[in-house]
Design a protein around this ligand. Structure first.
Ligand code: ADP
Length: 295
């Protein structure tokens, strides 16, 4: 079982020739609504692979929240603990997308900011025993992530943290993380001392994702590099590759795969996720991951 404690966003993607400057008004060439939020994307990735995935999160009591729930349920995610929240909008990301692929993003946390330690306790308490991996991101309050980490440790479950968007984390939280999955940029913000300092703080393993350069696994045993998988025809949109990576890693760990194998599967799924525009448009099935794996 993979339990995703995370965010749900309604993404409004606005296509423009260029990103407007302060005070400037430009006419956009298009508008797309997409399902987003790191948590939602991660849960969708794990469920598309065939995992038993439970989502713990909050949406507004609004049409966007209903649409977000329906999309996750369509992907097979159990949304019993996706709670409607009065008085807050569903999280929203306003994405300004330039012709050349540059973007500027404003995120309204909305209901995501209301996900509480009590919500997590209530959602995790009834879950039965074994082979559970909890996956969290930082688009929900850090106290809530901390509560999820504590609950996971208490019950002997795995805890994977995707530290995005990056922020400095309390040492007591780091000590509860089994696997941390920053990209290179997040690693820099999180830890001036790099991966070794995080291991020192008690993180079990740091898996640094490096886009088209693959991923590095850093543990007390040393460092192991995993090359990226080539994407046939080249990547179309790398948005959400990291979410597919973390969701897949949690799924593979919940299936009792050793970390090196799980990272290999995550690299394959991250590459496959870049085949189409949108974070959830090209998420891989287990058969697709299996068919491209090198080992
Ligand atoms: P994020 O989206 O969080 O910045 P990355 O860009 O590092 O994360 O992508 C996560 C993983 O997805 C990488 O480690 C890699 O395995 C895979 N990936 C991402 N971009 C590409 C790409 N252009 N080609 C092949 N694999 C990719």
């Amino acid at each position: 079982v993979v339990v995703v404690v995370g965010s749900v966003n309604a993404d409004l993607v606005v296509a423009l020739e260029r990103i407007p400057r302060a005070g400037e008004t430009l006419t956009a060439s298009g508008l797309e609504r997409r399902q987003g939020g790191k948590g939602g994307n991660q849960a969708a990735a794990a469920a598309r692979l065939g995992g038993d995935v439970r989502f713990v999160g909050r949406v507004g009591d609004d049409a966007e929240g209903a649409a977000a729930r329906a999309a996750l349920e369509d992907d097979g995610v159990d949304c019993a603990a996706l709670l409607p929240t009065a008085g807050e909008p569903t999280g929203t990301a306003l994405v300004l997308l330039e012709g050349d692929g540059e973007n500027a993003i404003a995120v309204v946390p909305g209901a995501n900011a209301r996900l509480s330690p009590d919500d997590v306790a209530g959602a995790l308490a009834p879950l039965p025993g074994e082979h559970v991996v909890v996956l969290a991101c930082l688009e929900v309050p850090v106290e809530t992530v901390h509560a999820a980490a504590r609950a996971a440790r208490q019950r002997g479950w795995g805890f994977v943290l995707n530290p995005a968007p990056a922020q400095p984390l309390p040492a007591e939280l780091l000590a509860l993380v089994d696997v941390l999955t920053p990209n290179e940029h997040e690693l820099g913000l999180l830890s001036p001392g790099g991966a070794p300092a995080l291991l020192e703080a008690g993180v079990g393993a740091v898996v640094v994702t490096r886009g088209a350069a693959g991923a590095d696994v850093v543990t007390a045993q040393g460092q192991e590099h995993h090359d990226a998988y080539a994407v046939a025809g080249g990547p179309v949109d790398t948005t959400g590759a990291g979410d597919a990576f973390s969701g897949t890693l949690a799924w593979a760990l919940a299936a009792q795969r050793p970390l090196g194998d799980a990272v290999e599967q995550a690299c394959a799924a991250g590459a496959l996720a870049t085949r189409a525009v949108g974070a959830r448009a090209a998420l891989a099935t287990a058969a697709e991951v299996e068919s491209v794996l090198r080992r």
